[in-house]
Design a protein around this ligand. Sequence first.
Ligand SMILES: NC(=O)C1=CN([C@@H]2O[C@H](COP(=O)(O)OP(=O)(O)OC[C@H]3O[C@@H](n4cnc5c(N)ncnc54)[C@H](O)[C@@H]3O)[C@@H](O)[C@H]2O)C=CC1
Ligand SMILES: O=C(O)[C@@H]1CCC=N1
Length: 255
Amino acid sequence: MGQTLLGGLLRAGRDPGSVTVVDRRSGRGEELRRRFGVTVVDDPTAVHDATTVVLAVKPQDLAGLLDSLAPHLDPEALVVSLAAGVTTAAIESRLAPGTAVVRVMPNTPSLVDEGMAALAAGSACSDENLALAEELMRSCGHAVVLAEKHLDAVTALSGSGPAYLFYVVEAMVEAGVLLGLPRATATELVVQTLVGAGAMLRETGQHPTVLREQVTSPAGTTAAALRRLDDAGVRAAFVSAVEAAHARSRELSGG
Ligand SMILES: NC(=O)C1=CN([C@@H]2O[C@H](COP(=O)(O)OP(=O)(O)OC[C@H]3O[C@@H](n4cnc5c(N)ncnc54)[C@H](O)[C@@H]3O)[C@@H](O)[C@H]2O)C=CC1
Ligand SMILES: O=C(O)[C@@H]1CCC=N1
């Protein structure tokens, strides 16, 4: 996720010379340096002259990382965390009092500048801090600011959401193969259908029910298929799946 955001920032015109990446994985530094032209170090004390610090480690690694950064962090620096389920209060508790923290839930389509990120401000975050974090996230897609209590729902919907849609694509491609289509053809048909349907939702602004009704001819193929989906409880399964992701996100954040 950190690399995805880095790519977006540079595509949006940020100077690679203004970015320092801290990564401890051996061999990784050379790859990032070659690919992005940024400075890569493995020493967290490098944050001492940073004005904005983005944290992109796994949630379970965040506390250790914050403890190693805290003594070196400029008290005026903005800290942006991408870690799922870690609250701004938990982050603030490991940093100097008054440190500006923004918690973000991004998603993987940021890789192609079609990301959807939700941001929540910590207790010491100014409007300028929040605007800066929003600008960072807009470099690879859309961004909304929400109250932090909504971030578990965001995680369940747009954070994990790409995986639900890839899962549907996998199932539809398998169905095409079952019906005798070559796998590559089935994949092209399904992927373009997903992209086209997404573009229709965005560009027409129509409700999905209206768009679905337009596809559904009386006594036709779509009605026959949708009836099977309803019989199998697919709509209810999606609701339960998102609820399960929400519950897991709350569990991870200790809520
Ligand atoms: N994958 C996804 O779709 C999403 C992930 N996130 C969040 O983004 C964060 C990163 O997730 P991924 O990119 O999937 O994980 P990842 O495991 O691919 O990347 C984490 C990176 O952090 C590095 N790292 C670990 N400890 C470090 C330390 N002390 N100092 C420097 N580098 C360190 C690792 O070497 C690795 O390169 C997580 O907190 C996750 O909750 C948020 C939204 C969506
Ligand atoms: O599966 C996860 O826990 C992370 C958070 C949202 C997407 N991936």
